[in-house]
Design a protein around this ligand. Structure first.
Ligand SMILES: *[C@@H]1O[C@H](CO)[C@@H](O)[C@H](O)[C@H]1NC(C)=O
Ligand SMILES: *[C@@H]1O[C@H](CO)[C@@H](O)[C@H](O)[C@H]1NC(C)=O
Ligand SMILES: *[C@@H]1O[C@H](CO)[C@@H](O)[C@H](O)[C@H]1NC(C)=O
Length: 306
């Protein structure tokens, strides 16, 4: 309850922080009192998980979620480590009754969907991340770590936990770190950021959005400071903007551990990395039995053998 009082008040009328007088269409409306359409407010009651997985998916991506639950998103993937998995969804601009029913059914079965009433579009991805941070802040503040991932990644959570997360840290964030990059100003790009949305030429250092991991305390700090900053349409760069406002640095990861490009599957190589981007759910299903086969051995492998 004390926590709730410290949370920033959601503006109902004119907010305390003055937004840009005219919002560019690519600028996600924020702060804004988005409502949870699907929520799991009690998931953390019995146990404070070590790691909360927040996976951004589109509402229609039922097959992708299914593959992730059976592979790296399996909550029992790391023996002795409590993992809590949640998918982040917005709403479809055209939202059919059939899809709504399918999602309710899926949520009834797995209890792992979070959905708020903003449009699920590429330029609104920042709202998805902030929904995840809001959930951790309100409903799971005792989590040691939070991992935000996209749906098209391979993740090796046992390696992540053993190599990078023990003992638990504070004010910590790592991933594939971008430094000295700036917004793309050409309208043709998917990643176009208008000057009106972000006028500066460079971003602060940030972790690529495919997958990054942060200590649980930072989730609350990012959520709170986000209420006071102009939100931009690049979710990963926006987290960097929040970190700069908080005076928190990003921690580099060793080369080859977080891969922003596709890497061909090779069991021993994959056992010594955390993330490979552009790995589709059907590929995950294909390699997973081989990757987790108990009889395989690799040198320097950091996972339990036999
Ligand atoms: C998750 O992993 C456990 C332990 O390896 C296994 O028994 C279970 O079937 C897996 N769940 C899914 C949905 O694949
Ligand atoms: C983002 O979501 C809001 C709220 O649903 C909507 O008004 C806005 O048009 C969306 N923005 C984009 C670029 O899709
Ligand atoms: C594990 O053993 C089985 C049966 O002997 C074999 O078919 C499989 O290829 C082995 N897996 C690995 C990764 O070596």
């Amino acid at each position: 309850r004390a926590l709730r009082r410290r949370l920033p008040r959601r503006p109902s009328g004119p907010p305390g922080v003055t937004p840009a007088p005219t919002r560019h269409p690519l600028q996600p409306p924020y702060p804004h009192p988005y409502r949870f359409v699907l929520n799991q407010p009690h998931k953390c009651r019995e146990r404070a998980p070590f790691l909360v997985l927040l996976v951004a998916t589109e509402p229609t991506d039922i097959a992708g979620r299914h593959a992730i639950r059976q592979t790296w998103g399996n909550e029992s993937a790391v023996p002795g480590v409590s993992i809590l998995r949640l998918f982040l969804l917005g709403t479809q601009p055209v939202f059919s009754a059939a899809l709504r029913a399918a999602l309710e059914e899926e949520n009834h079965l797995h209890r792992d969907l979070l959905q708020q009433d903003f449009w699920d579009t590429y330029h609104n991805l920042t709202l998805k991340t902030l929904m995840g941070m809001e959930w951790v802040t309100r409903h799971c503040p005792g989590a040691a770590y939070v991992l935000k991932a996209d749906r098209d990644v391979f993740l090796n959570l046992p390696y992540l936990v053993r190599r990078f997360l023990l003992p638990p840290k504070k004010n910590f964030i790592t991933g594939y770190v971008y430094r000295n990059t700036g917004p793309l100003r050409r309208k043709a790009y998917k990643w176009y950021v208008p000057r009106q949305v972000y006028p500066a030429a460079t971003y602060p250092p940030y972790c690529g959005g495919a997958a990054y991991v942060l200590s649980g305390d930072l989730a609350g700090k990012i959520y709170r400071v986000a209420q006071t900053l102009p939100v931009i349409n690049m979710e990963d760069a926006f987290v960097g903007i929040c970190l700069r406002a908080l005076g928190v640095g990003v921690t580099d990861s060793p080369w080859g551990v977080f891969n922003m490009y596709h890497v061909e599957y090779e069991r021993c190589r994959f056992s010594r990395l955390v993330m490979v981007h552009h790995f589709q759910p059907h590929e995950l299903l294909r390699i997973w039995p081989h990757f987790t086969a108990p009889n395989a051995t690799c040198q320097d492998e950091l996972r339990p053998r036999r």
